[in-house]
Write a protein that binds this ligand. Sequence first.
Ligand SMILES: [Zn+2]
Length: 129
Amino acid sequence: MRFNIKKAWWPAKDITLVKRAIRFAARRYGMKDLDLKVKLGKPSKRFYGFSSYDDDSGFKIWIYPSEALLRTVFHEMTHVKQQWYGELDLNAPGAPRWKGKKCKAKYYKQPWEIEAHKLEVVLLKEFLD
Ligand SMILES: [Zn+2]
């Protein structure tokens, strides 16, 4: 897998930890040769992280420093997995598509968020074991 990490002022040990967690998640989800752009942001009150995919720029995740750093990585990597396998299409016209169907649910009811909130805990546990 290839990383393209943009960092500003993150401590080296946090960057190492995030890289290990990303590699772990990519292997766990069977995403071979994933080409991922990772942006490590400055502290934000609004976000822990987010992810995006499009054909031009590929897979991207943004991670912001917080006490939930590893959970955030596994959460965003779950969204990468969903887009990698075509389960989630956020760029579909009109509304996002989940497993081929339009979905207009609000954030906490979106099936991809429900899955990501569930799997972030599962992967965190596996990673720490
Ligand atoms: Zn999410």
